[in-house]
Design a binder for this molecule. Structure first.
Ligand SMILES: Nc1ncnc2c1ncn2[C@@H]1O[C@H](COP(=O)(O)OP(=O)(O)OP(=O)(O)O)[C@@H](O)[C@H]1O
Ligand SMILES: [Mg+2]
Length: 258
């Protein structure tokens, strides 16, 4: 009899490196990402957090000088395999950026666009339902339900960011990658995004890059500390902040550098 296999991870990176020309920006990183958890990536500026995050939905493909080695899987499937449909991949592994980037279209269209191109709605009513559900889940519905035809760019920064989250949710992703999603927002809008991350956690695997260690401690269950392209330490957020195993982690969280 064979032993039962361990619970599968939603995504796994194995020995992943990223090069920009000669610059070896991410150095042999292995990590597992799981459903129902928020994983935070922290570390000093330039340590490779954004670069590594982008390997999870092949956003580095859009950067001509970038080259990725190693393996990344989604439900056990190699996402860099030639069989992988990248458009499909980016719907399954959605992304929210530092600067809110709504399309210059109506609030409704911002959310409806993805489900429409992916053929997720069978009718107009169905599409309207998806838009409403996504905006509700992103905590924006009450603020915009009477102005769905207004431009997405006319919203406040915090509202725009929640619109971008609604847009990511609308195509029914499994993983949501967030690169400093609140760093351009004021404290109230930031608190809303953090609250939202809490609520979304039960449905998705969420990975968030943040410069703010308090934020990492508030929103995540797991934290990965990066330094000079290396993953130095990865563990339960509480442990990493209270009892780091590595000297470099300790130096960083106590503010000695970064
Ligand atoms: N598009 C790019 N082209 C070339 N080099 C890049 C590019 N993006 C990042 N790099 C380089 O890769 C390294 C890691 O950068 P990255 O943006 O991933 O760091 P980061 O940890 O996200 O930093 P920050 O906290 O400032 O956002 C740096 O040396 C950076 O100069
Ligand atoms: Mg970055």
């Amino acid at each position: 009899m064979t032993a039962p296999s361990p619970a599968p991870h939603k995504m796994s990176a194995r020995d992943v490196s990223v090069f920009y020309g000669d610059n070896h920006a991410v150095r042999g990183v292995s990590i597992d990402i799981d459903m129902d958890k928020v994983t935070a990536f922290i570390g000093p500026s330039g340590c490779g957090k954004s670069t590594f995050l982008r390997t999870f939905n092949r956003m580095n493909d859009t950067i001509a000088s970038a080259r990725v080695t190693g393996e990344i899987t989604l439900d056990g499937e190699d996402i860099y395999s030639p069989n992988m449909d990248v458009v499909q991949l980016r719907a399954r592994v959605g992304m929210v950026f530092q600067k809110p980037n709504p399309f210059p279209k109506s609030i409704f269209e911002n959310v409806a666009y993805g489900p429409r191109i992916h053929g997720l709605a069978s009718s107009k009513t169905d599409l309207e339902g998806i838009v409403e559900r996504s905006l509700k889940r992103a905590g924006l519905w009450e603020e915009v339900k009477d102005r769905l035809s207004d431009s997405g760019t006319a919203l406040s920064g915090g509202q725009q960011q929640r619109l971008c989250i609604a847009r990511a949710i609308a195509v029914d992703p499994e993983v949501i990658l967030m690169d400093e999603p609140a760093s351009a927002l004021d404290p109230i809008a930031t608190a809303k995004i953090e609250e939202l991350i809490h609520e979304l956690r039960g449905r998705y695997a969420i990975v968030i890059v943040t410069h703010n260690m308090q934020q990492a401690a508030r929103v995540s269950q797991r934290t990965a500390f990066f330094h000079l392209g290396h993953l130095v330490e990865y563990g339960e957020t509480d442990n990493l902040f209270t009892a780091p195993r590595e000297e470099r982690t300790k130096d960083y969280i106590t503010g000695r550098y970064g």
